[in-house]
Design a protein around this ligand. Sequence first.
Ligand code: HEC
Length: 198
Amino acid sequence: MSRLSLIALFSLGLVLTAFAAEKEHLRIDIDGPLPPAKAEEVYNKIKGEMADGYAPAQDAVIKAYPRRQRFNIAPYLSDTHGNRYANNFANARAARAGYGDLRPGQRMPPGAVVVKDTFTVTKDGEVYPAAVFYMEKLAPGRNPATGDWRFVQLLPDGSYIGDTTGDNPEDVAFCYTCHKAMAGVDNLFFLPEAYRGK
Ligand code: HEC
């Protein structure tokens, strides 16, 4: 093959790669906040990409969450988590202990995990994977300063923002500052009413 045709082939490769990347990116028509059915449709298109993005963290909680029980009927806009569309998942231990239905004073057992994955929709309708948040219940007395919860936040590429029991705890200290408003029900907010499953 001549040098020129090799260069031509290489350039074509670049163009095709760029085209594929462009084509993969999700863009939707929007007119204000997404209604639940539309939010669900968008989530179904992007959830694989979200999970792939978080995967490099090699975090057991994050690997498992897509198979956990989801408690919301469709992604809801969470202004407290960066104005992103969010879902709530809980592991079996949290679900059995009554996640979403706690009576005042009730506590989650150690090992209970609640995960919130998120995506962003810009005002132009560009859809992007966004941060993932989780809370893991620790043994009683393990970390009273955060209600014995471990708060973790990761970026869409799987890098950690912080972990209250690991690296950069100061970067996730604001989590408990807000969540403790729900101290009566073990610092859990659950979900906006309209998005709760039956
Ligand atoms: C300003 C208040 C606020 C801050 C700060 C905040 N949250 Fe939340 N969190 C909420 C609210 C309210 C909900 C309920 C769902 C919603 O409206 O987003 C919630 C729900 C959650 C849930 C689902 C469990 C539950 O039922 O409460 C997780 C997990 C979570 N947040 C993790 C985090 C982490 C990790 C951080 C810090 C990086 C954080 N949150 C910071 C207010 C906050």
